[in-house]
Design a protein around this ligand. Structure first.
Ligand SMILES: Nc1ncnc2c1ncn2[C@@H]1O[C@H](COP(=O)(O)OP(=O)(O)OP(=O)(O)O)[C@@H](O)[C@H]1O
Ligand SMILES: Nc1ncnc2c1ncn2[C@@H]1O[C@H](COP(=O)(O)OP(=O)(O)OP(=O)(O)O)[C@@H](O)[C@H]1O
Ligand SMILES: [Mg+2]
Ligand SMILES: [Mg+2]
Lengths: 273, 273
């Protein structure tokens, strides 16, 4: 049973890509067969890993052209880590996709098709991570329709709390209309400044919010703030400029240790499922 | 001659609102009559200053209803500082606005109308700051059509460089089609980590980029990276949770001193214009 996870937050610059890339790197380093799907037209996850789209097309060609298969656009990025790369400069992509029938299901159809007819000798993926763009549009909806779990990367700052309820509403709506299996597993705190009271207060606010949802029928009823929070460290901002994950670049730096620990947690949780 | 400035960057979470609010606070504290326009449906600038929209409507009512005047939606936030507040939860706002005639000129029309027929005893504004949403849509285009100057808040990180050329292209396009007076004055570095080589390298990259544009006919031909860079400090993230500007909350903290110094620079430059 693969663990399928969307890294989602409509706010920009909160750590979705850094988290998608480094958790994918972390679990693949632990031997788990992993797929990372870059759904963002900024293609930052693709850039971060130093990969290019395949000859036959990017993830967007897969979404727009139903004759293409997942294997046609898949690129091997690292040991145990495959990527569906995005590409930049695609004006009109969301409009074109919105005009398509089944427009929010294109990605889940491709994933199902792949799982149902695996190439000879290929095993199914253990983990699928989807890096979403900073919006609640048709690309993010494709991501949300294709997974069971939503992880919310965010920073421990007052203004970051403002967008969370809208995000939760979107998950609820998708669960009610498109994907009944969807739920929020947790929040990943990114670029955490451990030295400030403000950060800790924001995390405490989030803990309390999830606490009061326990036992409800909300899709976040069992959600929590993951520990550890990922600490801010310039190495995490430098790594993409070298096309490297933090596991390759500086696994021992504070944020690197945090992502490794989170990856271990994800794998241990998965082993229990 | 008022100095009219749009804080623009389609990337999210880079410091547009923090910069708009604190530069507006800084120049108004120096005695300049200032207007801050919140164009973002997240309404963070409005929230940051602790103000509410007026009885007769928010900035969006001004954009959608041509019978309203600027004075109808304006709220006084501080001494010398007026605001056109935004409001949240406005589904369909951009669609409705896009359907309007003159859809990118609604704000500039309102500003021109106000300047042409000032209420008795009222002086024109010395500074107008516009806080743009993280997108290149019709709201940002209203902002860009209403000002002479574009300031680009951004963080000194590798991935932040990726969006700059697209931003520049948009300014060029607006200058060619809607607003021939538009130019890029400069970049404001936000949440700067003075201790890392990476940050300094990114700033050096930006300096070089502007250097090689000198003497060209590009709208950024005279642009530069403003000094000082605004240093990262938790006080800047805390201030909005108290509805305060950094000038009120912690003017002496590193980022506060930087915004005060930048405000002084903006005023000195203006005095020379
Ligand atoms: N723990 C950290 N320490 C230092 N810098 C970080 C950390 N996490 C992320 N960053 C940096 O912050 C910036 C934003 O992160 P990232 O690109 O992952 O956010 P995002 O949510 O994917 O943004 P977008 O909404 O544009 O897709 C990047 O420059 C990244 O390198
Ligand atoms: N110098 C700084 N030091 C510490 N925190 C900062 C600094 N500047 C901004 N922040 C914090 O970073 C976050 C993002 O800043 P801000 O909201 O100003 O960005 P933005 O570009 O307006 O975002 P959006 O695209 O969502 O409108 C906020 O929580 C803000 O308080
Ligand atoms: Mg991203
Ligand atoms: Mg903002």
């Amino acid at each position: 049973m693969p663990r399928t996870i969307a890294l989602m937050n409509q706010k920009g610059g909160v750590g979705k890509t850094t988290t998608a890339v480094n958790l994918a790197a972390g679990v693949s380093a632990l031997g788990k067969r992993t797929l990372l799907i870059d759904l963002d037209p900024q293609a930052h996850a693709t850039l971060h890993l130093g990969v290019e789209p395949a000859e036959r097309g990017s993830v967007y060609d897969l979404l727009l052209d139903t004759s293409l298969k997942l294997g046609d656009v898949r690129v091997n990025a690292r040991e145990n880590l495959d990527v569906l790369p995005a590409e930049t400069d695609l004006a009109g992509l969301e409009n074109e996709l919105s005009a398509a029938s089944d427009r929010t299901r294109r990605l889940s159809n491709a994933l199902d098709q792949h799982a149902a007819a695996l190439p000879a000798g290929e095993k199914p993926y253990d983990f699928v991570f989807i890096d979403c763009p900073p919006s609640l549009g048709v690309l993010t909806l494709n991501g949300l329709s294709s997974v069971r779990e939503v992880f919310i990367p965010m920073q421990a700052q007052f203004l970051a709390l403002q967008g969370v309820s809208k995000l939760m509403e979107t998950v609820k709506l998708v669960r009610a209309t498109i994907n009944p299996r969807l739920f929020v597993t947790g929040v990943i705190i990114c670029a955490f400044d451990a030295s400030t009271t403000h950060s800790k207060e924001v995390v405490a606010d989030l803990d309390a919010f999830f606490e009061q949802s326990r036992g409800s029928s909300e899709p976040w009823a069992n959600a929590r703030v993951y520990r550890p929070a990922v600490r801010r460290n310039v190495k995490l901002a430098e790594a993409p400029s070298f096309g490297k994950t933090i596991i390759e670049y500086a696994p021992w730096c504070p944020g690197g240790l945090d992502y490794k620990q989170l990856a271990q947690t994800l794998v241990s949780e998965w082993d229990l499922l």
